[in-house]
Design a protein. Structure first.
Length: 265
């Protein structure tokens, strides 16, 4: 399964960002802590033209700290600097800004720090920008495609270039596509529901941090699905609504209801 969802605003965003690099001090490249490598766009870094960048691993509360420590080490081995945050926490934002300031070119230190925020949809870019600005400058939703245009958000000390979420033109790796679908980085209408549900259930049935088995003790994966479908009203006498069941389980996973289970190993 390859996924081709590349609306025109995504290509436009890439081009606009590249044309504005001379106005940017540091690029904040956001990824999801539950799939930090699968949400790291492999085509994006070459467009930075050697501009300093920092991978921002967001949603740290949804996975174990020891897992993220290993992620940070693996990125360091690739010469990729990173920070681990929750975009909802003031202390994490302050630490992030401090790291970005240390990366700012001495030629630009006479002015305020100018950042851009890039990443695939639903990694928390708008939440981060709202927290930096200390006010709601962008709507926040757990669906892709909410932010549509590139724009500057100004604060007394930091200016941030807000950008819509961008995918790469064709996602060839089927597992990467499934993980991004599960995380909500691709519109639910485009998700291959059966494959997404199968992948997530296998992960939840086998990962040591999963709470699924304790929530439904002594049940197999099909029996758990039957139980959830019945409890939530998706099951009739002869079958259950697979799409509705999948969306319900995805929503619960995205909220951390099944434990701190990452999708990347």
């Amino acid at each position: 399964m390859s996924i081709n969802w590349y609306p025109g605003h995504m290509a436009k965003t890439r081009n606009q960002h590249q044309s504005m690099l001379n106005k940017i001090d540091v690029i904040l490249w956001m990824v999801d802590a539950r799939a930090p490598f699968s949400t790291l766009d492999p085509t994006l870094q070459k467009s930075f033209n050697n501009k300093p960048f920092l991978v921002v691993i967001n949603k740290k509360d949804l996975v174990k700290a020891s897992y993220l420590d290993q992620v940070k080490l693996r990125l360091a081995e690739l010469n990729i600097p990173s920070v681990i945050i929750s975009a909802h926490k003031d202390k994490d934002i302050k630490a992030l800004i401090k790291v970005a300031q240390s990366m700012q070119s001495s030629r630009r230190k006479i002015g305020g720090l100018r950042l851009s925020v890039l990443g695939i949809p639903n990694t928390g870019k708008s939440t981060l920008i709202n927290k930096i600005a200390q006010k709601k400058t962008q709507p926040v939703a757990n669906t892709p495609g909410v932010t549509k245009a590139v724009r500057w958000v100004e604060t007394p000390e930091v200016s941030v270039l807000d950008t819509p979420g961008v995918l790469w033109p064709k996602i060839e790796d089927p597992l990467v596509g499934l993980k991004m679908a599960i995380l909500g980085s691709i519109k639910d209408a485009l998700i291959p529901h059966a494959q997404a549900l199968d992948f997530l259930m296998e992960r939840l049935m086998t990962h040591p941090e999963s709470k699924l088995s304790s929530m439904y003790p002594d049940l197999s994966a099909p029996d758990i699905l039957e139980t959830i479908a019945r409890d939530e009203g998706f099951k009739t006498e002869h079958h259950y609504d697979e799409m509705a069941l999948t969306q319900s389980i995805l929503k619960r996973y995205r909220a951390g209801a099944f434990g701190k289970v990452p999708l990347d190993d």
